[in-house]
Design a protein around this ligand. Structure first.
Ligand SMILES: [Zn+2]
Length: 426
């Protein structure tokens, strides 16, 4: 009763739009909204052909060899300390690569598409460093153009005070927080909307196997098989959060799901474990406290995606938590848990399922749309030789996509006798 009256207060004390999308307004307040995608460039893309590191005790230089000169912006972010190098979209065809010694300022680096039109190179730092103005070196006898990034030691205080988004770039990095209009009514009520989320992508490869098989590629392939199988029934329309090798921030995945008025959100991942013998699929749902330590660590790892890609998380708040969201979420969480059980019983025809507690829960950021039931499926372990070998095959990807589609279909056919999501909402 107390909760119900608080709900009413929240509604009446908010701005006018909250009447139609109160959860949207709360998510907006908590920094969960993003802007429209950036359009693709029309011309041929520059090609990166090599990455070289030159380390000396008091200096480090990163050389990115590229077919054409590009405009580069470099800046630093804290927590963890990173250098982000933004450039227009390029093709990564890196032939020669030097890895850091681990003893200098550079701990590791990665590169890839950040979003359409924007590629990114991210350097993780062992120690605070400052960047000299980035130079583009002209071709010489043995090299094409090279983007040179020079790092020198600095104090932690200076690093912190110089870090953050460069002036004038804030708008493109952090789109203005305008209120997203409430989702339009369904054009076709006869079809359920399934949002299929291939984890990671672009600059964030996720985990990888011993043969170099990358999580982002495995899950995208399964997502496409799942879409095909669902569309073949004629009962579902499918929205993919990504259908190419591009990075999508976690909160944007949540927003895509809400904007599409998803009936169900399925996030696909592959796991890794220090114990290579651990194998099989598991299914995860959202909960405030993790069901076990291993799941808590997994959620922390999956939630690192934005950090890995160099997303500025200032202004991001802790978990979506408010009385209003809790009300909508209780029903959502029940539906999520029921669907998770269906997946657990449907997967064994296609792949190994973890023998102990295959359904677990923790605070996965990507599952936090308060009004869309959501599960995260870890399809198997890329650190396990048998799992990795299976995941590399198109036969396995097809079977798993079909098994998840079948789980979705049994979930909704079991629900046809009960009221739908829209009717259950206040
Ligand atoms: Zn993952």
């Amino acid at each position: 009763m107390a909760a119900a009256s608080l709900f009413a207060i929240a509604l009446t004390s908010s701005a006018a739009f909250s009447q139609s999308d109160p959860i949207g307004e709360l998510m907006l307040r908590q920094g969960l909204e993003t802007g429209p995608p950036v359009p693709l460039p029309a011309q041929a893309l520059p090609v990166v052909i090599g990455v070289n590191l030159v380390e000396s005790p008091n200096r480090a230089r990163v050389l990115i060899e590229i077919s054409d000169p590009v405009d580069v912006k470099a800046f630093t972010l804290t927590n963890p300390n990173r250098i982000v190098i933004d450039m227009p979209e390029v093709l990564w065809r890196v032939q020669g690569e030097s890895r850091p010694s681990g003893r200098g300022a550079i701990r590791s680096y990665r590169f890839g598409l950040f979003r359409k039109g924007n590629s990114r190179f991210v350097i993780d730092l062992n120690a605070p460093a400052k960047i000299d103005p980035v130079q583009v070196l002209a071709p010489d006898g043995s090299h094409s153009f090279r983007v040179a990034i020079d790092l020198m030691p600095t104090t932690p205080e200076a690093f912190v005070s110089n870090s953050g988004w460069p002036e004038g770039q804030v708008a493109s990095a952090e789109p203005p927080r305008t209120v997203a209009p409430p989702p339009p009514p369904r054009a076709n009520n006869s079809k359920r909307v399934i949002v299929v989320d291939a984890g990671h992508g672009g600059i964030d490869p996720g985990t990888h196997g011993q043969t170099g098989l990358q999580e982002k590629n495995v899950v995208l392939a399964v997502a496409k098989e799942l879409r095909k199988a669902l569309e073949a029934t004629g009962r579902y329309s499918v929205v993919l959060t990504r259908d190419s090798d591009v990075f999508i921030p976690l909160r944007e995945r949540v927003n895509i799901s809400r904007a599409a008025r998803g009936d169900l959100f399925v996030s696909l991942h592959a796991d890794s474990n220090e114990q290579r013998s651990v194998s099989g699929a598991s299914v995860y749902t959202l909960s405030e406290s993790a069901s076990d330590v291993e799941t808590r660590k997994l959620a922390e790892k999956e939630n690192m995606s934005d950090v890995i890609a160099g997303v500025d998380l200032r202004g991001e708040n802790s978990p979506v938590a408010s009385i209003l969201i809790d009300l909508a979420q209780r029903d959502t969480m029940n539906r999520s848990a029921r669907f998770a059980e269906t997946v657990v019983s449907s997967l064994p025809v296609a792949t190994t399922v973890r023998p102990t507690t295959p359904h677990r829960s923790a605070g996965f950021a990507v599952l936090k749309a308060p009004d869309v039931p959501a599960v995260l499926i870890e399809l198997g372990y890329l650190t396990n030789t048998r799992d990795e070998a299976a995941m590399a095959t198109s036969a396995w990807r097809l079977k798993v996509g079909q098994a998840i589609a079948k789980a979705i279909d049994s979930h909704f056919s079991a629900q046809t006798a009960t009221p739908g999501r829209q009717a259950a909402n206040p």
